[in-house]
Write a protein that binds this ligand. Structure first.
Ligand code: FE
Length: 343
């Protein structure tokens, strides 16, 4: 299949009336491949251009397609930066050799070490959590405790979760391997699969909808999907989301599973200085607030206010696992999920 991409010039810089020196600045640009939807990134890029005069050329696409494209283009790739979700995918990009490490004292001071690659191949920009969501009135939260306890037979036929091909689930399972080992995690997955209400299908929102519709009592999903449904224009989505509550698992232990969306400098980057400027802009306070709020995620930078929806679900203990481990353990996670019968 041939996929056609169109560059979207994010900012139109008027050259009329500029001196030669100024127009050289105005011609400054940076090329970004983003697996995030245009509406979740473009307004920020516009602000960046407005502030710096650096034009951002944006290509959006599916994460795996963009990674393949970077691999195929090799050193001829026009891309300077890649933005994608999930540390597992960021690690894949690093392992595929399409990124390069870079240093930034700003990024290093603002982003906790567990949310960036130790060699600077990627830096987390936003944080997301994947807790247990339950149907109010059908589950007593006192019955819930940990991800591990979801394998208990009392949950037989009561859990909705998407397929094992999904990177979010692979990363959740990788975090469990990191906290115990492959054998114990495989046993856990086998127990969890027995508790599935139905064969996995659909995305995270579909699990929430199925739970609200009475097909299951528990859904595992990233909180920004629930936030998006709660603030949706669609009354049906709002009604479904309102039936659900968030339970933060493993609060007496390692904490709830978290992941990031992040940014990487490509190996082929030709506009290196501008690329680093953009990465640093995205970790700035205003960008962090907008970026996290717009998609119901958590800022990766400390001290930035959360959106009111997230505030409502309360503070929770996050797993402090270095997210590079999610990528390193991804092959183990994928294999054990397959062996344990998670379709
Ligand atoms: Fe997502």
């Amino acid at each position: 299949m041939r996929v056609k991409f169109n560059w979207v010039a994010v900012a139109v810089v008027s050259l009329v009336g500029l001196t030669a020196a100024q127009s050289a600045v105005a011609a400054d640009e940076v090329n970004l491949y983003s697996a995030r939807k245009e509406k979740l990134i473009k307004p920020l890029l516009d602000r960046f251009t407005h502030t710096t005069g650096i034009k951002v050329n944006l290509v959006t696409g599916k994460a795996d397609v963009l990674l393949k494209r970077l691999q195929m283009e090799g050193k001829n790739s026009p891309a300077d930066l890649l933005i994608t979700t999930d540390a597992g995918r960021l690690h894949r990009a690093k392992a595929a050799g399409v990124t390069q490490g870079f240093k930034s004292s700003l990024l290093e001071s603002e982003i906790p070490a567990s949310f960036r690659d130790s060699e600077g191949h990627w830096y987390g920009l936003t944080l997301r959590s994947r807790p247990i969501l339950y149907v109010k009135g059908r589950v007593n939260p006192a019955e819930l405790s940990t991800y591990e306890a979801l394998a208990d037979p009392k949950w037989r036929g009561r859990i909705c979760i998407r397929s094992s091909s999904n990177i979010y689930n692979q990363s959740l399972v990788a975090s469990m391997v990191a906290s115990s080992d492959v054998a114990k995690t495989e046993m856990w997955v086998a127990g969890l699969v027995k508790n599935f209400a139905r064969p996995p299908k659909g995305g995270d929102r579909d699990q929430i909808k199925a739970a609200a519709a009475g097909q299951c009592d528990i859904a595992i999903a990233n909180t920004y999907y629930l936030a998006g449904m709660l603030t949706s224009k669609d009354a049906g989505q709002r009604a479904a989301a309102e039936k659900m509550a968030v339970f933060w698992p493993n609060q007496n232990g390692r904490g709830a599973h978290v992941n990031v969306s992040g940014i990487a400098l490509t190996k082929a980057a030709k506009n290196r200085a501008n690329a680093i400027k953009l990465a640093e802009y995205l970790i700035g306070e205003a960008a962090q607030k907008w970026y996290a709020e717009k998609n119901g995620e958590y800022p990766v930078r400390a001290g930035v206010a959360q959106s009111s929806v997230l505030e409502h679900w309360g503070k929770f203990k996050m797993d402090s696992l270095n997210l590079s481990r999610l990528g390193e353990l991804n092959p183990d996670a994928v294999k054990l999920m397959d062996r344990a019968g998670w379709k």
